[in-house]
Design a binder for this molecule. Sequence first.
Ligand SMILES: Nc1ncnc2c1ncn2[C@@H]1O[C@H](COP(=O)(O)OP(=O)(O)OP(=O)(O)O)[C@@H](O)[C@H]1O
Ligand SMILES: [Mg+2]
Length: 313
Amino acid sequence: MKAIEIQGLTKKFGKLTAVDNLDLEIEEGDSFGFLGPNGAGKTTTIKMLIGLLRPTRGTVRIWGHDMFAEGKEVKKSFGFVPDFYSFYESLTAFENLEFFAALSGIPKGERGKRILELLEVFSLEERANSKVGDFSHGMKQRLVIAQALLPHPNLLILDEPTLGLDPRGQFEIRELIKSISQEGVTTFISSHLLVEVEDMCNKVGIINSGRLIRVNSIENLKSEIEAPTGIEVRIECEEVTPEIIAVVKEVEGVRDSGVEGKTIWARVESSDITPTLTTCIVTSGGRIRKVEEHSPSLEEVFLKLTEREGGQG
Ligand SMILES: Nc1ncnc2c1ncn2[C@@H]1O[C@H](COP(=O)(O)OP(=O)(O)OP(=O)(O)O)[C@@H](O)[C@H]1O
Ligand SMILES: [Mg+2]
C-alpha cells in the first residue's frame, strides 16, 4: 500500500514557484529522506502534504485518501513533527502530552499509560512533572516527537527533526527515529543534513529550487553518480616527497590530486588506475603504508546535484 502519493504538486507565492510540479510516491514501510538546501521547498511541500497549505495545483493522497477532499479523516492517519515546537511552557511534560492526547481523541482511560510509555522511550520519565519551560532544546525536541506518536500513527512526517541540536542530541533523535521505523512506522523526514539521511533512510528524494531532481534508493543514487565523479584513492606513505606528488599528477586517468599530511590522494576514473598509482609511487622511492578507495558519499552526490541546478533560496 502507498503511504503517500503526490501528483503534480505545485505552490506559487506570487511570482515564486516554491514547489514545482512534484510527483512522489512513498511505500508503506519506507523511510524516506527529503533532502534539499535552505529554501528548496521542503517545508512548503510538507505543509501541503499534511493539509496546512492549499496547493496551487496537484493532489496529495495519504493511505489512499485525498488530503483536501477527505481531510478530516486523513489528518488522523499520520503524526507530524513541525520544524518548531509550541508547548505550554508553564505546564509539565505530562500535562502537555495529556492535553494533546485529549485533542487527538485518545480515550481518557488510555492516556496516562500511553504518555508514561512514551516519556520512558524518550528518556523523559524523570522529567514528567517538570515544567516544559525549563527543558533544554534537545528535551523539547524529544517531547515533540513523543507527542506526534501519542495516537500510534503508522506514518510519521518530520520537518528537520535535528535542527539546532548538538551532535549528541542529533544522534539521539536519529536513533529514536530509526527505532520508530524499525517498528514498522513509515517515516518521511526532511533534512539538509546528508549524513542523517544516509543513516536513517532507505530512500531519498532531492529537491532543489522547488523541483524534485532525484528519487532513488541511497545505493542506486551513489552508483549513478559514481561513474561521472570517479573514485578517490588515498595512499598513505612513510613520506610524501615532491617527486611522488609530481608523478601521481602525471598518471593517466588522474583528474585531481593532493596531499594531506602523509597521505596522497587522487581522484581517478575507476579503481583500475590504483595499481598504476602505487607502482609509480614505489618506483619514485615511496614506501606505502596503506591504500584506500573511497566512493562518493551522499554528501558529494547531493552537492553535485544541487550545484547543477542553482539555488533560489
Ligand atoms: N508564505 C510564503 N510566502 C512567500 N514565500 C514563501 C512562503 N513560504 C515559503 N516561501 C518561499 O518558498 C521557498 C521555499 O521555502 P521553504 O520554507 O519551503 O524551504 P525549505 O526547503 O523548507 O528551506 P529551509 O531548509 O530553510 O527550511 C523559499 O524561497 C521561501 O522564501
Ligand atoms: Mg524548512
